[in-house]
Design a protein around this ligand. Sequence first.
Ligand SMILES: Nc1ncnc2c1ncn2[C@@H]1O[C@H](COP(=O)(O)OP(=O)(O)OP(=O)(O)O)[C@@H](O)[C@H]1O
Ligand SMILES: [Mg+2]
Length: 169
Amino acid sequence: MTASERVAESQRCFLSHSANETFALGARLGQLLAPGDFIGLIGDLGTGKTEFVRGVAQGAGVSAAEVSSPTFAIISAYRGRIPIYHADFFRIRDYDEAYATGFTDLLESDGAVLVEWLNRVPRAAPRELILLSFEDLGGEERRILAYAYGTRYQHRLQTLIPDAGSSKL
Ligand SMILES: Nc1ncnc2c1ncn2[C@@H]1O[C@H](COP(=O)(O)OP(=O)(O)OP(=O)(O)O)[C@@H](O)[C@H]1O
Ligand SMILES: [Mg+2]
C-alpha cells in the first residue's frame, strides 16, 4: 500500500509550518469529502495525523465539541454534513483484529473513513484511497506527502493542493 508498490494517479507535497496550518488543510479536505471516501494517514507519533483529522471533521461540519470529547474507541463516529469515521490502528495487530472492530462495515457506509496508522494493517486499505504520509522536519515543520490512488480522488487531491511545483517525490 505504500507509494513504491503502486503508481499514484496524483501526488502532492504540502509543507506545514504549524498545527493550525495542518488543521486548515484537513478542513479543506473535509469540505471535499463524499460518502464512501477513504483516507489513510501514516507517519510517526506526533507528526500531526490527528490534528489533520480534527480539521477534516470541522470542514465536514462536525461540531468542535464532538471531536474534542475524549474517547478510547478505536473507531469514532462524528456527525457532520456526512458521517465521518475516524479509526486509529496504532494498537491493532493484524487484519482479524481490525475486522473485529467492525471496520469493514464502514467501507460500505454512508460516510467517509479516515484511518491513522493504516500501515499497521495494509490489507485494510481499499484499492482506491488518498494516502497521506506525515513527516516531522523539526520544530513545527511537517511534510505531508499526499497520494491519490484511483481516478475518483485525482481531481480532489489537485483541488486540495493545487501546486505541484513544490512536489519533489
Ligand atoms: N505543523 C504541525 N502540524 C501538526 N501538528 C503540529 C505541527 N507543529 C506542531 N504540531 C504538534 O504536534 C502534535 C501532533 O499531534 P497529533 O496527535 O496530531 O499526532 P499524530 O500523528 O496523530 O500522533 P499519533 O501517531 O500518536 O496518533 C500536536 O501536539 C501539535 O500541536
Ligand atoms: Mg493520532
